[in-house]
Design a protein around this ligand. Structure first.
Ligand SMILES: Cc1cc2nc3c(=O)[nH]c(=O)nc-3n(C[C@H](O)[C@H](O)[C@H](O)COP(=O)(O)OP(=O)(O)OC[C@H]3O[C@@H](n4cnc5c(N)ncnc54)[C@H](O)[C@@H]3O)c2cc1C
Length: 381
């Protein structure tokens, strides 16, 4: 079924994204894997090609586009190469950008946004802590007022872009007695004394992504780096998680569909018992199921994207899209590994890497269980 949510401008932009992936990312992928990050040169190249500031107002060097479909087209094309690329770029351009655009003062925007668009200022967001990520309201990092500054203490973990970020949005407790209503967001910048990074974490998948621990020991953060209102951080995060979850949903399906298409080619060529393995009825039926489930999921996600374009997507529908696509993605990729046989277990094969890369989609940005909790609450249960 033809997808109807994109017009000619989106498709022209898709060509630009594909060209960037083919010219710049694909040839360097093995280096990115070895380095556990894709490096500043890639961020700068993306900035040069206008790929980083799509939603940033033009006066700050962005494209000023109020249409999430452009970002989603980029995310789809990045996911097709490897899940890590859309994760890292998505954190910067789709997760952090709305905080900076919606909540920052003019002075803060002037300070950060032009370099955000060029790739000179890479960003991350630190919500999760070693003691827990699902229960955000229970976070333990603290910030205590000291004159015009705040003194930040605590740590974050599993932070995408954490090792290379120049600016990290950090959620910290500012009014302990107010629980969820006592959390504030701070822009912590590279070089602030007391702000240290741990190692790049060694993950099951997504080796191209830099994922790190962050430590804050008496970091003096000026009041000029508070994002939005003091004690409003939890509400800000809840409001923006919908966008992050839609980004995840789009990436999940694009990633799975790419590998499914590659698998379809493989099973047409690979033979056993004198015939293509795709022609055995068991495999043909399995592939029919996978194509059906990914296309049906795509129809729901595309409908959610159109709701997002109209600014009326609900957090509950985003939660449905996020957990369901993570489920479909993992089922599709597991089946693809099976269809590749022993080669499917070799990391030199894209299918094996994709399978490893995908496992986290049921965990991060709100696990499948948390998504079902949100949906269940909406059912009045
Ligand atoms: C590769 C990677 C990148 C990440 N990037 C970032 C990032 O950039 N920024 C950031 O802030 N975080 C990031 N995260 C963290 C991620 O969002 C958390 O891992 C996730 O929210 C789960 O939190 P947790 O790991 O602490 O698990 P926990 O909260 O300890 O949960 C453990 C298990 O218990 C389940 N559980 C928890 N509560 C309930 C409940 N009420 N009902 C049923 N089951 C429940 C969970 O679903 C999960 O299965 C990243 C994680 C990974 C792995």
């Amino acid at each position: 079924m033809k997808r109807t949510l994109f017009d000619d401008d989106h498709e022209a932009f898709r060509d630009t994204c594909r060209a960037f992936v083919d010219r710049h990312l694909r040839p360097a992928q093995e280096k990115h894997i070895a380095n556990h990050e894709f490096g500043r040169d890639m961020w700068l190249e993306m900035g040069k090609q206008g790929l980083l500031g799509l939603s940033i107002p033009e006066e700050y060097g962005g494209s000023g586009v109020d249409d999430p479909r452009f970002s989603l087209v980029l995310a789809e094309e990045l996911s097709k190469l490897a899940f890590a690329y859309s994760s890292c770029v998505g954190i910067h351009s789709d997760c952090v950008a709305p905080y900076l655009v919606d909540l920052c003062t003019t002075e803060q925007k002037e300070r950060w946004l032009p370099r955000f668009c060029t790739g000179e200022l890479v960003t991350a967001i630190g919500m999760t802590e070693p003691s827990g990520g699902s229960d955000l309201a229970a976070l333990k990092t603290t910030a205590v007022r000291d004159g015009d500054d705040w003194i930040l203490n605590g740590s974050k973990t599993f932070i995408t872009n954490g090792y290379s970020a120049d600016l990290v949005l950090v959620a910290a407790r500012t009014s302990p007695e107010k629980k969820a209503r006592g959390i504030t967001l701070f822009a912590v910048e590279a070089g602030m004394p007391g702000f240290e990074r741990g190692r790049k974490l060694d993950k099951v998948g997504q080796p191209e992504a830099d994922t790190s621990e962050l430590f804050f020991a008496d970091v003096r953060v000026p009041a000029a780096n508070v994002i939005g209102e003091v004690d409003s951080g939890f509400v800000y995060m809840m409001q923006r998680l919908t966008t992050e979850r839609m980004g995840s949903a789009v990436n999940n399906l694009s990633h799975a569909r790419q590998i499914l298409d590659e698998t379809l080619e493989y099973v047409r060529e690979r033979k056993a018992f004198g015939q293509p393995i795709g022609s055995f009825q068991a495999n043909k039926f399995r592939l029919a199921e996978l194509v059906t489930s990914s296309e049906v999921a795509q129809a729901f996600v595309d409908a959610c994207v159109l709701e997002q374009v109209e600014h009326r997507l609900t957090p509950v529908d985003a939660a449905k899209a996020k957990w369901w696509t993570a489920q479909v993605q993992n089922e599709v990729l597991d089946a693809c590994v099976q269809l590749y046989g022993g080669y499917g277990y070799m990391t030199e094969y894209r299918v094996a890497r994709a399978w490893q890369d995908a496992r986290v989609s049921r965990i991060w940005a709100g696990s499948n269980e948390i998504m079902k909790e949100l949906i269940g609450r909406d059912l009045g249960l």
